[in-house]
Design a protein around this ligand. Structure first.
Ligand SMILES: *Cc1c(COP(=O)(O)O)cnc(C)c1O
Ligand code: SF4
Length: 434
């Protein structure tokens, strides 16, 4: 049984591999960690990071802050404070100013997705797509390790008024009773799997008696970042029994595993965790963004999907890096992402073509970049909604002018000389309403 040990900037010197990190890199960690959350655990440092290949190793880049994540001016500002050992308050103050300029809540999440009941906003709940609701348990607003590219970084940065969190499950139950159209509840965070089994039960059990709820998802990185959660933690057997209970109640339980790299599912303990979860009747699906410096090549995705398929994990989404935080450092242009997606997809058998992507979670909905086409001499992107604020947009194709550098919907203009995309008027009306 491996004891959980966590390392952040303040106790990094206790990391056994500390001596292998160059002095300059340590300074980078301290500097960037003032702005973006950083934490890594001993399973990751001992089993996933290849220390002979830092800083290029993808698992290292996924966990340890990189200097380019900050704009050079911002980096210098914090770096200077760190070097002269300024007061923590001064560093925090400077970090706050930088954080608030990094688009902490992209895609209108706070304004447009927070539902109301009897006139009150339901904090910690998001209802964007008719059939599914997100719930952010208060105790789950941390992660076993913080991905450097995480789009939920404000949840972990002490930005309390920008945070989604709620500990009142009755609020969700009441909301669901008033909204029988919601079939799918997604527990997210942070990582709900940081909660002990007792808390997980507190949140999920009350949903088992609501007949309109058909599916329950739990978004987690624990499967690959702390697989012991499902194998040897003190309450892992109780957790798996609870999964069985959820399944036998007639709900579909989906573990939405965040897996960015094949190495994460190659250790024997991760494979053991997958098998134990599957033996409960829960289904594991995988989703992850395509991220520069970490997984921006065809071979990585092909190997990863192939491995997932073999272990019975269903490839579900390839996302594009959201428009927040250190996006400039991690983003992959749409043109490159669709080439990588299509090449890896073509190498899979039909069983692996359950995956969708590359997908942008934008304000109007989830938009897939389907392909690059040439029509009447005009090079264009074919795009499609897989989810949309207005359910009637779902599965609709639309077209944008090709761009080699565009990395988000905001960078695109409609193809064929059209003034606007078909959904823009309705979106504008929504924003002026809120
Ligand atoms: C992605 C997402 C969902 C789930 O979408 P699926 O396509 O069903 O996986 C639900 N709500 C929000 C706000 C989302 O971003
Ligand atoms: S697992 Fe998800 S929520 Fe947690 S740090 Fe990584 S990207 Fe963020």
């Amino acid at each position: 049984m491996l004891k959980y040990r966590s390392y952040a900037a303040h106790n990094l010197h206790t990391l056994p591999q500390y001596g292998e990190i160059p002095e300059e890199q340590l300074h980078v960690v301290k500097t960037v960690a003032a702005v973006y959350p950083f934490r890594v655990n001993n399973y990751v440092t001992e089993n996933l990071i290849d220390w002979s290949n830092i800083p290029d190793d993808p698992m290292f880049r996924l966990s340890f802050p990189q200097s380019e994540m900050l704009d050079p001016v911002d980096f210098e500002r914090i770096s200077e404070l760190v070097r002269r050992e300024a007061e923590p308050e001064a560093i925090q103050q400077a970090a706050r100013e930088i954080q608030l300029l990094q688009n902490p809540n992209p895609a209108g999440q706070m304004e447009l997705n927070t539902p109301r009941m009897n006139g009150d906003f339901l904090h910690g709940i998001q209802h964007k797509y008719r059939e599914s609701v997100l719930f952010f348990p208060s105790e789950a607003q941390v992660c076993h390790a913080y991905c450097t590219y995480c789009f939920r970084w404000p949840q972990f940065s002490g930005l309390e008024n920008l945070k989604f969190a709620n500990n009142d499950i009755n609020l969700l139950v009441n909301y669901l009773q008033e909204h029988p159209e919601v079939k799918d509840i997604i527990f997210t965070g942070g990582d709900p799997m940081v909660m002990n089994t007792g808390l997980i039960k507190k949140y999920i059990k009350p949903l088992l008696n609501i007949p309109t709820v058909r599916t329950i998802r739990i978004g987690t990185k624990a499967l690959s970042w702390w697989p012991h959660r499902f194998t040897s933690d003190h309450d892992s057997d109780e957790l798996l029994h609870f999964f069985e209970e959820v399944v036998s109640s007639g709900k579909h339980l989906a573990i939405m595993a965040h897996i960015s790299h094949p190495r994460e599912i190659e250790t024997s303990i991760a494979i053991d965790a997958v098998r134990r979860i599957r033996s409960t009747g829960a289904v594991i699906r995988s989703q992850s963004p395509i991220v520069r410096h970490i997984n921006d090549d065809v071979g990585t995705w092909e190997t990863m999907w192939q491995k997932q398929l073999q272990e019975g994990i269903i490839p579900y989404y390839m996302f594009l890096e959201r428009d927040t935080g250190a996006k400039h450092y991690f983003e992959v242009p749409l043109a490159q992402a669709v080439e990588i997606f299509n090449s890896a997809y073509q190498k899979m058998s039909g069983l692996g073509r359950t995956v969708r992507g590359p997908s942008m979670s934008c304000s109007p909905g989830k938009i897939i970049v389907e392909d690059i086409l040439e029509i009447n001499g005009e090079k264009i992107f074919a795009l499609k909604f897989t989810q949309s604020r207005n359910p009637e947009w779902t599965n609709k194709l639309f077209f944008a002018e090709y761009s080699e550098t565009a990395s988000w919907l905001d960078d695109l203009v409609p193809a064929f000389g059209h003034e606007e995309f078909f959904f823009e008027k309705e979106m504008e009306a929504l924003y002026s309403y809120c």
